[in-house]
Structure formats: C-alpha cells, structure tokens
Design a protein around this ligand. Structure first.
Ligand code: HGY
Ligand code: MN
Ligand code: MN
Length: 416
C-alpha cells in the first residue's frame, strides 16, 4: 500500500492546544505537572482524554489495570488494530510533555484522519497506560507490564504507596478500574511517540529520533540500619550512622557506573531517612539504586558489585544492609519493520533524523514483548526531563506527531 502523501501533516496548533489544556490538570508549583498515578488529578486527566476521544467517535475500552483504549474503526473490523499511545501520569515534579505527547499525538492522528476523511484497513487504538512513572507505585511501567504478562495483576494490586494505600484500591477509588481482562487485546503493532529526555537530538540538531533499542533498567532497594542516637552527645567512635553508610554506598554506585562508561548510568533518586530529625543520627535509611545500560551483562555486573561493595561498607561500619530487586527490564530491541516505518516516514517528510537508544524506560519496552513495536522521539530543551522546567518546541511536537502518523497510517494501511 502506498505510503501516505508527503503533504499529510497533523494540525500543530490543535496538538499544542491540547497539550496546554491537559497541562492545566494536576499543575506543579513551577510550571510543570504533578499528576501522579491514581490521584484525583489523574482521574481528571483521564476524563478529559476520554471526552476528546469520544468527540472523534472512538469506542472507549478500559481494562482491570485502568489502561484506556480509544478505538477508531477501520474498514476491516477483523484486522488486528494498530495501537499508538503512552502515559498521562507524571512525576511529582514532572514536565508537561513526558508521556502526554505520546497519548495526545495519537489522538491528533485520529483528529487529522477525521478532518481529511482518511480510512485505514486496520482499526487504530490510542492508549493511555496506567502508572508508567513508577513513582507512587513501583515499579515503573506497571500496567503495561501486567498487559505484557511480566507482572501478575494481583501483585500489582497489592503494591503500596508511601501512605500504605494499595494500587487496586486507589484505582477503584478514582473510578477507573475497568472490566476488560488485561492483555486480552491483540495488536498488529504498537507505536509510541516520546520526548527524548536526553540531550542528543537537540545537540545534533536532529528533528527525530528513530529508536532502535531501549537500554535495560535495574532498581535495587537498599536498607541500611545502624542506631538512632543524639547528634550532640554521642561520641564519633560510638556512632552507628546509617546515613553515612548510605553516602559511602552511593559513592561506590557512582564509581561502579563510571567504570562502565560511556553508556552505563547509576544513581539513587528515592531516599528515605529515619527518623529524619535534625538532631538524631539516622538509625535507618531506605533508598533505591537505579542502574541502566544497553548491555545486560553490564547491568548484572553493576547489580552484583552493589551487593558485594555495599556489604563491605556495612561490615566496616558495623551496620546491617539488605537488598531487594524492586524493578527492572532487560535491554530492548524494537521491531525492524516498525522501526523502518518510522525511519521511512521521517525521510519522506524531510525531517532530519538519527537512530537512537532510549535512555529512559517506556511502556513500549514491555509491549515490545507482545507485539511488533517501535518508538519515535523528538528533542527536548537541554535534554531536561523529570523536572518541571521540561520544555519542547511546538515544531518538535508537530514533527514527532507527523512521523508517528505516517508510520501508523502506513502500518494500518490507508484505504483509497
Ligand atoms: O524511569 C523511567 O525511565 C521512566 O521515565 N519511567
Ligand atoms: Mn515517560
Ligand atoms: Mn517519565
């Protein structure tokens, strides 16, 4: 089937307007968003997305993990749909585009198809995956992971947030727990548009990232225990300082990642100190070490060295230390046919592009296990993300959505 006409473009202003409209829901304190999963704000964002989908005559589906599916009919109802989407939940200090661009970019495809009377053989389904971020409920990409059969639904429902609220109960509370069996849907293909969340495309002045691979991720929760005691009257030699133990372990984490330069990365973003009082030596710290690399052997080496060297630090300081793997996935290679559709679309549209390994995890990384999958990326300012100052240009958003649309329409087969 001939590829869509080169002149076929999305309505950039409408896409941008929708991004700004969605950004009003769950605002942050510095211009970004705090629309964390299964909060009332998440529910509001879902309702707005549903209304927009219904306005273009989509049939709405909702599964038992709260994944949303907006189906735009094709000429052959028996043809497996082409899915396109991402996530509407954000980090607590998140930006306006992480995930949201992929969901609203998918919606913009449907709006453009309706405007121009474009029909495809395969139905097209725009998707919002629940809890991609994994902040309130670890791990990240939880609902797409259940959809792909990586996690059980029962395990996911029992995940607790910092207040002890369970995932399944919160999903019910906000009224977005559907009846559909998770993972029952079969896909012809899945495409995800996402901001790069790194600096490469902007530095190289490329409009489009053709994502061939996603690096692997490992989350290890570490608990170090010592003894709470007075910061003033406890002699230095008598202290069992869990906070100092964590600092020394995190120094090792940094060195371990650097030892696998240039691709490996490592840090701890989640840190809880107990009792977290100004004049008490911390008797307990809980933190999560995030290691990533495109090479699985490197990830396994970093995980092993964390445990060995962390134990060394704890033994030297007479502290106790424990480790629990709380999230992760192996490096991902996306489907070559879908990747070629993305690359061909960028070329036909005249957008500069380069192949890219995704530094961040995405729902596409799990869906790639159950359907042919590929990603489109656009630049973001200074490569900044997971920060309220996250920014993209209207042009970058439109270019990404144009390429996404052409890849999706080519795969869904336009009916003349
Ligand atoms: O952690 C990640 O890579 C994703 O942004 N949730
Ligand atoms: Mn994301
Ligand atoms: Mn994110």
């Amino acid at each position: 089937m001939a590829a869509p006409g080169e002149n076929l473009k999305v309505n950039a202003d409408r896409l941008w307007g929708s991004l700004m409209e969605m950004a009003k829901i769950g605002p942050g304190v510095a211009g970004g968003n705090n629309r964390q999963t299964l909060t009332d704000a998440d529910g509001e964002g879902r309702a707005l997305f549903k209304a927009w989908c219904e306005a273009v005559d989509c049939d709405m589906g909702l599964d038992q993990m709260g994944n949303m599916f907006a189906t735009y009919s094709g000429t052959d109802p028996n043809a497996l749909p082409v899915y396109v989407g991402s996530h509407l939940d954000t980090q607590p200090t998140g930006g306006k585009y992480d995930g949201v661009l992929g969901v609203l970019g998918g919606l913009e495809i449907l709006r453009t198809m309706r405007d121009l009377g474009i029909k495809t053989k395969h139905p097209i389904v725009v998707t919002n995956w629940t809890n991609e971020e994994g902040t309130r409920y670890a791990p990240a990409m939880l609902a797409s992971g259940v959809f792909a059969g990586v996690h059980t639904q029962g395990w996911a429902y029992d995940r607790e947030d910092a207040e002890g609220l369970k995932f399944g109960e919160e999903l019910q509370r906000i009224g977005w727990r559907g009846d559909e069996k998770v993972g029952a849907r079969k896909m012809h293909a899945f495409f995800e548009l996402h901001i790069e969340q790194g600096p490469i495309l902007e530095v190289e002045e490329k409009d489009i990232g053709v994502v061939t691979h996603g690096q692997g991720l490992s989350w290890t929760q570490v608990i170090i225990e010592g003894k709470d005691s007075h910061t003033g009257s406890t002699p230095m030699a008598m202290r069992k300082n869990a906070g100092l133990g964590m600092a020394r372990v995190l120094e090792r984490v940094d060195k371990i990642a650097w030892s696998h330069a240039p691709h490996a990365v490592g840090a701890a973003g989640h840190i809880d100190v107990y009792p977290n009082s100004r004049n008490v030596i911390p008797g307990k710290v809980v933190f999560t070490v995030d290691f990533r690399s495109p090479d699985l052997d490197v990830i396994k080496d970093m995980e092993e060295r964390l445990r060995v060297e962390g134990k060394e630090v704890a033994d030297e300081m007479e502290l106790t230390i424990s480790f629990e793997k709380v999230g992760g996935f192996d490096p991902v290679k996306f489907d070559e046919t879908c990747v070629a559709a993305v690359r061909g679309a960028a070329e036909r549209l005249g957008y500069s592009h380069r192949d890219l390994i995704s530094g961040a995890g995405h729902d596409a990384c799990w869906i790639n296990q159950v359907a042919p999958t590929a990603m489109v990326m656009c630049p973001c300012v200074d490569g900044l993300s997971h920060n309220e100052a996250e920014e993209i240009s209207r042009e970058w958003a439109a270019a990404g959505a144009d390429v996404l649309m052409h890849a999706v329409l080519e795969t869904a087969q336009i009916v003349e």
